[in-house]
Design a binder for this molecule. Structure first.
Ligand code: BG6
Length: 484
């Protein structure tokens, strides 16, 4: 199989916050990889804009170091790095003052795609947008990319949407949720809508329940102050898990076009039931040996913020009524594992002996690690001894199935930035979608704040608090094991 890399149009990408952590860790290393694959035209330019008196050479050096640190060694090619760095420029800029803006205006070309990446705190979005307009740097053809967190509740998200809307049309705004850029997440849509096999069964009549797990082994060390104001609900559920749920639950869009897809996702969010307190379990990791506890990492002895959350979510529409979606995410868990698991119902009637061992089908969509899919089907156990049944996996690990092509699969950021340049908003969140997600999230958070609920402690390296297991046990179900 030969992978097709289609070069994008010539572009100028301005990264505000171009010396920051995200730029060094994700954005620039991602662009380097796209450069190596031949997707970035040689005339395209990346312009770092930030405080600090760097010149082009100093910025190129800084990003060269970031590539050395964050790109795997076997992907580092001296000549290619040199050629890539030549496409980098730097403009010292003051987001709240006038410094640097005339220089940026001179540099950004009008005859190429223009994209402005706001890799800065949301407090600066308004300042950047206004100055881009006042200095006539951005116009109706420009695109603006904004990062999560997009607000911390409905009110702040509305305010951010309003600030952006003052300067840009919705068709110019690209709100990033990097989970949408993951290969398997898009594969979920391909599996559902490019095969006849699954869609007829994709509803409450045939699906018993769905589990969505995003388990991480990392702690919040180093970002405790940010995280403590956010917690797993705001940091992961309102965006990443919500997007996974939407893609799993949405109706088939009429076509694979940005608004058709986003309209269907929005309908799912609007159909989510409010979640009662006893359908939610929150947790906080404790200490282990020399590794500090959540409380120590957060530097807030009074903290009631959750580093783990599990919840049962119901969707009130014809397709899903009666089929719960169980969501779970947390830090410092047993393994790094993200997957969506579809548990189908048992056959309506078994023609085999009761002890033959028939089980229901299970479809697992693995996001990480080892992206792939696995469908468990029941077959006859080989050999004599009558009709005994056994579950076997129909496993498709993408790396095995696609060979070397799978290695060149762009990571989430690479793909999303190239989509911005192409002008494709399908994998970005629309303003109304983000607001609807907060509208559902806010009362849940307000509920535990009003009651003063404290998260339950859990052991680092475990699967979260014991009570999260009960959430399924009481429904006669079990979580899939979090494993390496
Ligand atoms: C980020 C969250 O959006 O996603 C982090 O802020 C989290 O807390 C990260 O660790 C997880 O992303 P990934 O791609 O490593 O699963």
């Amino acid at each position: 199989m030969v992978s097709r890399v289609i070069p994008v149009e010539d572009f100028d990408l301005v990264i505000f916050g171009g010396t920051g952590d995200l730029a060094r860790r994700k954005i620039l290393p991602g662009l380097y990889r796209r450069f190596c694959s031949g997707q970035m035209p040689e005339t395209s330019r990346i312009i770092g804009a930030a405080r600090g008196d760097l010149d082009d050479a100093a910025y190129q050096k800084l990003i060269g170091e970031a590539i050395a640190e964050f790109v795997p060694r076997d992907r580092q090619d001296k000549d290619k790095i040199k050629a890539f760095l030549k496409q980098l420029h730097f403009v010292p800029i003051d987001a709240r003052g006038e410094k640097g803006w005339p220089d940026l205006a001179k540099l950004v070309r009008k005859d190429a795609v223009q994209a402005f990446y706001f890799s800065v705190g949301p407090g600066l979005f308004g300042d950047l947008a206004t100055r881009l307009h006042d200095h006539k740097i951005a116009g109706p053809q420009s695109r603006v990319v904004v990062e999560k967190p997009f607000g911390r509740d409905l009110e702040s998200a509305k305010a951010l949407n309003a600030v952006l809307a003052d300067s840009f049309d919705e068709s110019q705004i690209y709100r990033i949720d990097h989970y949408l850029g993951k290969e398997t997440v898009q594969n979920l849509m391909a599996v559902r809508f490019a095969n006849v096999l699954f869609e007829p069964l994709w509803n409450a009549q045939y699906i018993d329940h769905v589990q969505i797990t995003v388990a991480e082994t990392v702690s919040v060390d180093g970002r405790g102050a940010y995280y403590d104001k956010s917690g797993a609900m705001r940091d992961m559920v309102q965006n990443h898990l919500m997007q996974l749920l939407c893609l799993t639950a949405m109706e088939p869009p009429s076509k694979f076009d940005p608004d058709a897809v986003r309209d269907e996702k929005l309908k799912v969010i609007r159909a989510l039931d409010p979640v009662p307190a006893d359908n939610i379990v929150r947790g906080q990791y404790g200490a282990e040996g020399k590794v500090a506890s959540y409380i120590e990492h957060s530097e807030n002895p009074e903290t009631k913020t959750e580093s783990f959350i599990a919840m049962k979510v119901d969707i009130s529409n014809w397709r899903w009524k009666g089929t719960p979606f169980y969501l779970r995410t947390g830090k410092r868990l047993k393994a790094r594992m993200s997957e969506i698991v579809i548990y189908f119902k048992e056959t309506p009637h078994s023609i085999f002996e009761e002890d033959a061992g028939s089980h229901a089908n299970v479809l697992t969509i693995r996001l990480q690690p080892d992206e792939g899919m696995d469908l468990r089907v029941t077959i006859k156990e080989p050999g004599p001894g009558g009709m005994r049944l056994v579950d076997v996996p129909l496993d498709m690990t993408f790396a095995d199935a696609l060979g070397p092509d799978a290695e060149d699969v762009p990571d989430a950021y690479e793909r999303l930035i190239m989509d911005v340049i192409r002008g494709n908003q399908t994998l970005f969140m629309r303003g109304d979608e983000v607001e609807a997600a907060w509208k559902w999230t806010d009362p849940i958070i307000e509920g535990w704040q009003t009651r003063g609920d404290k998260p339950m402690p859990y052991e680092p390296g475990s699967s979260g608090p014991e009570d999260s297991l009960m959430l399924l046990h009481r429904d006669g179900r079990r979580w899939r094991e979090i494993r390496k």
